[in-house]
Design a protein around this ligand. Structure first.
Ligand SMILES: [Zn+2]
Length: 243
């Protein structure tokens, strides 16, 4: 019976069971006794919009710092559904969601099929580029970074979060490891091509970015962090210099 229920109705039913006011989603403003579990994490995903801990943190970062405003042009690579709707509503045609299409996956409407290492946009055309947990899948991340830099306007910003191991000083990669099972063993996931170490941000600034980093997550007080269940991780804002 449960298996036959449509996903949408399952979500609605579970959301009812989680009625309460312990946690709140800052993306869609819904409140619950707790969020859904996600992978091995309890209390992680918003039952309404699907936001995760990192999605909520980044959304707060973008809104609090007013990084986007009506009229801004944004390229959003591998768009999270929860943020897709918010950015589309705010930016209209200035919002460009894009992804490298793969079989077996579905993508929100209007998503462009695009490779981050060959972005089909003019130089100096975007106010923001965002790609969350994308570059660990991209063999030539240096080329992707140069492309992101190229399409940003002078003064434009990029948010390029990746999973990384803080204890690992040097990023581990080996281009000869291409088999999915071997990649899982070496890099932790069958479609990852490296494990970033704490040196990752030095790689990311290579095209000429300036880091604007102010310990954002660490400055959020404990009660707020617990209410919204924000991920406790650094966000590096990468700015293309004005000249
Ligand atoms: Zn939500």
């Amino acid at each position: 019976m449960w298996a036959k229920l449509k996903k949408k109705w399952k979500r609605k039913l579970l959301a009812k069971l989680l009625a309460g006011n312990n946690v709140e989603c800052n993306v869609c403003n819904h409140r619950y006794a707790s969020f859904f579990p996600y992978l091995n994490r309890a209390n992680a995903q918003c039952p309404n919009c699907g936001s995760l801990e990192r999605t909520r943190l980044i959304y707060r970062f973008i809104t609090e710092l007013e990084l986007l405003r009506p009229g801004s042009k944004m390229l959003h690579i591998a768009p999270e559904a929860a943020l897709f709707h918010k950015f589309k509503a705010m930016l209209g045609d200035g919002y460009l969601p894009a992804d490298k299409f793969e079989e077996g996956y579905t993508y929100p409407n209007d998503t462009l099929n695009m490779d981050i290492t060959a972005i089909e946009l003019p130089d100096n055309s975007m106010d923001m580029v965002m790609a969350i947990h994308v570059l660990e899948h991209v063999p030539d991340d240096a080329k992707a970074l140069r492309e992101v830099y190229r399409v940003l306007k002078p003064g434009g910003v990029a948010i390029l979060q990746v999973p990384y191991e803080a204890d690992r000083k040097t990023t581990y990669e080996d281009a000869t490891i291409v088999n999915p099972e071997a990649r899982r063993q070496h890099f932790g996931q069958s479609d990852h091509v490296r494990i970033y170490g704490s040196d990752y941000i030095e790689r990311f600034v290579q095209p000429g970015f300036i880091i604007e980093h102010a310990d954002y997550a660490a400055r959020i007080d404990k009660a707020t962090r617990e209410r919204y269940v924000f991920k406790d991780e650094e966000i590096f804002l990468l700015r293309k210099p004005l000249q």
